[in-house]
Design a protein around this ligand. Structure first.
Ligand SMILES: Nc1ncnc2c1ncn2[C@@H]1O[C@H](COP(=O)(O)OP(=O)(O)OP(=O)(O)O)[C@@H](O)[C@H]1O
Length: 252
């Protein structure tokens, strides 16, 4: 099944075409990375897909339905979750409460202020929350207050919060930005683990090629808004057009 598909997706800012007729599709269970030199159009593409920017032309289908016309929160409700860039953790709540809120918010479509009091009425939600904490390695620490977690575990909790919504696709924008090499390694391992365990579909934007090559089933390369190459890590690595794009970018 195709989870995400764009057809002729285009975004112009005045005379500049930031995303230029991009056709991209992601199948269920596939981990795809979007790479390209600075200014290639990666952030613009993500903002189009999450409906934070209106396309100039083209269509976006999520779970085989067009999402043009939807608001960003409606896209989230349809099952597209974004991790890592927003501060999604409630610092004074426990690890488990954070996961429960995320699972409940997905279940009910919106945040309900008093729902922690009613959580026993939602055994299914607690089950999802605990499973997610298990898969990100935080189950043992489920009663800890979120703000007391160390940096690496906070990032684990952020992934857990994104996963608790049981997304059909997870978007990750530079998930390891600002991390130490050790934290980066453990986050990459974690993403690989949850991908395996949950058959996770993801779209990753990442500058660090080592991570991209390690983690991706497929890589799509953008340059000046256009897809100039795509394929497995090995195929993309050997593609002269990709090497040119990066060298060209470095010379500018
Ligand atoms: N709101 C905007 N108004 C005008 N131009 C924009 C806007 N957003 C992006 N651009 C331009 O569109 C092009 C693509 O930018 P974008 O940020 O999508 O690239 P990127 O691949 O994410 O780059 P980076 O890797 O540096 O984050 C750039 O030339 C940028 O200056």
């Amino acid at each position: 099944m195709t989870v995400l598909q764009t057809d002729g997706l285009t975004k112009r800012f005045g005379g500049l075409t930031a995303v230029d007729e991009v056709d991209m599709s992601i199948d269920k269970g596939e981990g795809v990375s979007l790479i390209g030199p600075n200014g290639a159009g990666k952030s613009t593409f993500i903002n189009l897909v999450t409906r934070r920017l209106e396309p100039s032309e083209g269509d976006i289908q999520f779970n085989e339905q067009s999402i043009l016309g939807l608001d960003p929160h409606e896209v989230v409700q349809r099952g597209m979750s974004k991790s890592f860039q927003t501060a999604s953790i409630f610092p004074d709540l426990s690890v488990e409460e954070n996961a429960i809120i995320a699972a409940l918010a997905a279940e009910h479509g919106s945040f309900r202020f008093n729902f922690l009091r009613h959580r026993n009425a939602y055994p299914e939600v607690t089950r999802v929350a605990d499973e997610v904490l298990e898969s990100v390695g935080l189950y043992e620490q489920r009663n800890a207050t979120a703000k007391n977690l160390d940096y690496g575990n906070k990032r684990r909790l952020e992934i857990g919060i994104a996963l608790a919504a049981e997304p059909d696709m997870l978007l990750m924008d530079e998930p390891t930005a600002g991390m130490s090499p050790e934290e980066t390694e453990s986050t990459v391992e974690l993403i690989k683990e949850v991908k395996e365990e949950l058959d996770l579909t993801f779209l990753l934007v990442e500058h660090d090629m080592e991570i991209v090559f390690d983690i991706s089933d497929r890589i799509v390369v953008l340059n000046r808004g256009q897809v100039i190459a795509q394929g497995t890590p090995a195929e993309v690595q050997d593609d002269p057009a990709v090497q040119d794009a990066y060298l060209g970018g470095a010379e500018e």
